[in-house]
Write a protein that binds this ligand. Structure first.
Ligand code: AHR
Length: 557
């Protein structure tokens, strides 16, 4: 366990810098000590943060291993919201934008490259107002409805079940379908699952075949409602629990290939949305009931939503900010550690064997909408700060991989902390996209403990760890390190020693940018793109220089 990193942020103060300083003093040659003590005292008395000790000793023991880092923690979320689906994915078969059956080719190619393990759809709040029958059958006969949650705009329903499944197939991913508990019925949801998954010649199977897909679809993940304590119906914990039991029993997956073993559909219940007491009560209620549940209902995951937002309505800008907001947002995002720890602790009480996964199926930065855009479309820019933020969260999930086995960043395209932005035929990849791409080797890897003194990065009254890191071994046994330098001003030298293997070199990529709010735009798409980085072992140590505000991933040979 990386205990230096996992500690409570409140305990991160100057003591860490001073212990590094003391360690450095112990190692300094004696003849320089007296001079240096005097000079150093002057420096310490000055109020500027320590800059002389920008070396971090990091040790990995490649012979040790922890939990599997489930590939599903790199999942995505695509809601019918703004231009997330329409324009972002779906342009229609008649569009001049190159597409395959209406799904844009450039987006598919980009998503294939990050190996998206699962996509949560159709919402979000939208899911609890979605009626699946509106989204099947001939496109020109589909109901035209409204999307009251997100700008009150027209929902053409041209992207429905078949289009979603086609999209999933094209990008090589898996479906995480959220059914409507808020304004739907158990029957509606049960019939949707029968429509999607049965191989038997029922009326619904025949209807699916008529609509172009005779074979059953696979639905590996089922969300039972969304934020049912809020936009999903403002339910009390007990009321939701009664709904969960009903939906869990009746909403069946009939796909013959999903009846047993690891192929079985996993059911994910609504869980907490923050640290308020009502979410603790919610989690206790669901987990306590599950502990002694009857055979007739079950669940495999409990969802958790947590945005890096400050407070609603969001006020932090996504671009055009300085170091104050950079450090504040990173401080806020690190609260994920406390939330995951807290809810894992409650789950441990009722599920010590960790059968139920904590599924962080909405996370990411939520900023003030880009001026001039529809505020209901949740459009924001994506900067190097978001790349650093993404890596910190992925590291937290990885350190809790025994419990956090799935997560979905919000959202995939054009909405909130997106991977991709589109504007008509143009597409740009965001800094967050590149983090997901660099972290691909961590999908289904095995966590390897890493220890280091994170040090401190200070801005005003904000004190953060300067460095974060995780290590893992992939299926072939190759060791990977992910290293984040939060400090926007100082490079950090990592002196990595690897026990359990004769490490000779490290090679990979690093992502940084000129300014804390540097972004990629349609006109300048390569401002924040990964650059090669490598290191050779010197005296048994791999020395890597992490640029300021950077995310680095290397493999060790
Ligand atoms: O991601 C945007 C919205 O945030 C989702 O629809 C909802 O579940 C959450 O409140």
């Amino acid at each position: 366990m990386a205990f230096f990193v996992a500690r409570d942020l409140k305990s991160l103060n100057t003591s860490s810098s001073s212990s590094r300083f003391q360690a450095w003093l112990r190692n300094a040659p004696l003849y320089t000590l007296s001079v240096l003590i005097g000079v150093t005292l002057i420096l310490v008395l000055a109020t500027t943060p320590a800059t002389g000790a920008d070396k971090v000793a990091l040790s990995v023991d490649a012979s040790k291993s922890g939990a599997k880092i489930n590939r599903n923690i790199f999942g995505q979320f695509a809601e019918h919201l703004g231009h997330g689906i329409y324009e972002g994915i779906w342009v229609g078969p008649d569009s001049s934008i190159p597409n395959t059956r209406g799904i844009r080719n450039d987006v598919v190619a980009a998503l294939k490259a990050i190996k998206v393990p699962n996509v949560r759809w159709p919402g979000g709040c939208f899911a609890d107002e979605y009626h699946w029958r509106n989204g099947i059958g001939p496109a020109d006969k589909r109901a035209i409805t409204l999307n009251p949650n997100w700008g009150g705009v027209i929902e053409p329903n041209t992207f429905g079940t078949h289009e979603f499944m086609d999209f999933i197939d094209q990008i090589g991913s898996q479906a995480y379908v959220s059914v409507n508990v808020g304004s739907g019925t158990p029957r509606e949801a049960a019939e949707w699952l029968e429509y999607m998954t049965t191989a038997q010649p029922t009326t619904l199977q025949k209807e699916r075949a008529t609509n172009g897909h005779a074979d059953p679809y696979k639905v590996p993940y089922l969300g039972i409602g969304n934020e049912s304590w809020d936009c999903g119906g403002n339910m009390s914990p007990d009321y939701y629990l009664s709904q969960l039991k009903i939906y869990s029993h009746f909403v069946r997956n009939f796909n013959p290939a999903q009846q047993e073993g690891p192929q079985q559909m996993l059911k994910i219940a609504v869980g907490p949305g923050g640290e308020e007491p009502r979410f603790v009560e919610w989690t206790e209620t669901i987990m306590k009931a599950w502990q002694h549940h009857q055979w007739s209902w079950d669940m495999n995951g409990l969802s958790m939503h947590s945005y890096t937002v400050g407070s609603f309505p969001p006020t932090y800008k996504s671009v055009g900010f300085g170091e104050a907001d950079y450090s504040k947002i990173l401080q806020l995002t690190l609260q994920m550690e406390g939330l995951v720890t807290r809810y894992s602790g409650i789950m441990d009480k009722y599920d010590p064997d960790k059968k139920i996964a904590l599924v962080v199926d909405e996370w990411g930065a939520w900023y003030a909408p880009t001026p001039g855009t529809n505020p209901g479309f949740l459009v924001q820019q994506n900067s190097i700060r978001d790349a650093v933020l993404a890596s910190l969260n992925l590291n937290i999930f990885s350190r809790h991989a025994d419990r956090v086995r799935m997560a979905n960043i919000a959202q995939m395209i054009n909405v909130l902390q997106a991977m991709i932005m589109t504007d008509k035929d143009k597409m740009v990849l965001t800094p967050t996209y590149y983090v997901f791409k660099m972290y691909v080797p961590f999908q289904d890897s095995t966590f390897v403990p890493v220890t280091f003194d994170a040090g401190t990065y200070k801005y005003g009254d904000i004190t953060l760890p300067r460095v974060d890191a995780i290590a893992a071994k992939d299926a072939s046994g190759k060791l990977w390190l992910a290293l984040t330098n939060l400090d926007p001003n100082q490079a950090v030298e990592i002196d990595a020693s690897v026990a359990g293997m004769n490490a000779k070199s490290a090679v990979g990529q690093t992502l940084t940018a000129p300014k804390v709010d540097s972004v990629n735009t349609f006109d300048a798409p390569n401002t924040v793109v990964p650059q090669p980085i490598s290191a050779k072992a010197e005296a048994g140590k791999l020395i890597l220089s992490l640029p300021p505000k950077s995310v680095t991933v290397v493999s060790v040979d």
